[in-house]
Design a protein around this ligand. Structure first.
Ligand code: CAA
Ligand code: NAD
Length: 309
């Protein structure tokens, strides 16, 4: 049975092999972008992390410092000097930039991890398509949107794919690599090899709603919220049941709080609009009500549970 410590170790030790992709630009320095920046820098690659303001980038930097310190402490339990060297090496490979066009000048790969909104993603990719060198590969980390729809505004669909990471990125070993019909073999093979170079296990899925993980996870969480809504069981008992009866690391309601209730509502509403006849995609009233009340889960301090800072 793999422990988290072993997963982190394996992930780090597989990171030494040099890969053709050495300069990675990540757009969006939030929860996911910061994690992707960290694991890429852990693999020895140069990272440029982009967000809309220096203030947000400062927060990204703090989040990465905390996370890499945690990883380094775990990997080098009895050797604080080695832990410090690891942290410093990773931090030195990440540049924080708020000029999007400048940030992609030398990029081999650009990974978009901005807000889950198709219009805003389109606006960004139009700019990137103009500004990036013609060989630069493009990827989106979207949770629920169609990769083909995101790529549609660019003139390099052959160099476009989905690279879907999982939260928390430094710990979760999976990377879903999505190809659209236009993605060429070279791009797809490069993305698979790059995923491996940063220590992830890659799987492939067609460009379908939620790919593999979210297609299963989102309806599962929605069903747990419906159980709570009907009063079938308490939140604590639903979560305990799935942890102790099914061996999940978190119960479905804890996980909903962890990924953000707003994210869950957004995904279901988007899919429901596109596929109104699929009962699995039906939005859940209780989840919507909590979001309307500003209860977004861990990030806002309350969701199905209350969190202290
Ligand atoms: N950075 C670095 N290390 C971290 C970390 C982070 N952000 N978060 C956790 N860790 C590591 C730490 O090394 C920690 O080790 P220590 O015990 O030495 O501190 C270890 O993980 C365990 O963490 P915790 O003790 O804090 O808590 P835990 O044992 O409950 O594990 C968890 C936390 C890894 C998140 C685990 O509960 C888990 O796997 N939960 C399920 C997460 C999941 O399903 N993610 C997918 C969500 S779906 C998604 O992401 C896709 C989407 O599009 C929405
Ligand atoms: P987040 O809100 O934490 O971060 C998004 C960041 O993007 C913010 O810092 C915002 O300022 C920045 N941003 C917005 N527009 C920008 C632009 N035009 N240029 C540069 N930066 C911009 O969101 P997140 O949870 O990190 O999610 C990001 C993406 O990853 C979404 O597509 C989401 O669906 C996907 N995703 C999320 C999770 C999760 O568990 N949260 C998991 C996998 C994938």
């Amino acid at each position: 049975m793999a422990t988290i410590g072993n997963m982190l170790k394996r992930s780090f030790s597989t990171n030494v092999a040099k890969h053709a992709i050495q300069n990675v630009t990540i757009i969006g320095g939030g929860l996911m972008g910061s994690g992707i920046a960290q694991v890429t820098a852990q693999a020895g690659q140069s990272v440029t992390l982009v967000d809309v303001s220096n203030e947000i980038l400062k927060k990204s930097e703090t989040a990465i410092q905390t996370s890499i310190a945690r990883v380094a402490k775990k990997l080098h339990k009895d050797d604080p000097t080695a832990a410090k060297q690891l942290s410093e090496g990773v931090l030195s490979r990440i540049k924080y930039v708020h000029d999007t066009e400048k940030s992609v000048e030398n990029a081999d790969l650009i990974i978009e991890a901005i807000i889950e909104n198709i219009e805003i993603k389109h606006k960004l990719f139009k700019v990137l398509d103009q500004a990036a060198p013609k060989n630069t590969l493009f990827a989106s980390n979207t949770s629920s949107l169609s990769i083909a729809e995101i790529a549609s505004v660019t003139k390099r669909k052959d160099k476009f794919g989905g690279l879907h990471f999982f939260n928390p990125v430094p710990v979760m070993k999976l990377l879903e690599v999505i190809r659209i019909p236009e993605t060429c073999d070279e791009t797809y093979n490069s993305m698979m090899a790059w995923g491996k170079s940063i220590g992830k296990t890659c799987i492939t899925c067609k460009d379908t709603p939620g790919f593999v993980v979210n297609r299963l996870l989102v309806p599962y969480i929605a069903e747990a919220v419906r159980m709570l809504e009907r009063g079938d069981a308490s939140a604590e008992d639903i979560d305990t049941a799935m942890k102790l009866g099914a061996g999940y690391p978190m119960g479905p309601l804890e996980l909903a709080d962890y990924t953000g209730l707003d994210t869950g509502v957004f995904i279901l509403e988007g899919w429901h609009k596109k596929f109104p006849d699929n009962p699995l995609f039906k939005p859940v009233e209780l989840q919507k009500k909590l979001v309307e009340q500003g209860k977004l889960g861990r990030k806002s301090g309350e969701g199905f549970y209350k969190y202290s800072k």
